[in-house]
Design a protein. Sequence first.
Length: 70
Amino acid sequence: MKKTYKLVDLDCANCAAKMQDAIKKLDGVEDCTVNFLTQKMTITADDVEALMPAVLKCVKKVEPDCQVVL
């Protein structure tokens, strides 16, 4: 399943790349793209909802001010 989320206050492309790499390393994630220009994150996994707590933790670790609109 592929889901796209809106990001709020993603400040730089470097942070987006770090976020993307961290999320891709999570167990169960098939693919992840974080687009700085569109402020969107797309995650591909069997059960995206079950992975969201770990995804949110990755987002906050890289960019504490960034919020994911669920």
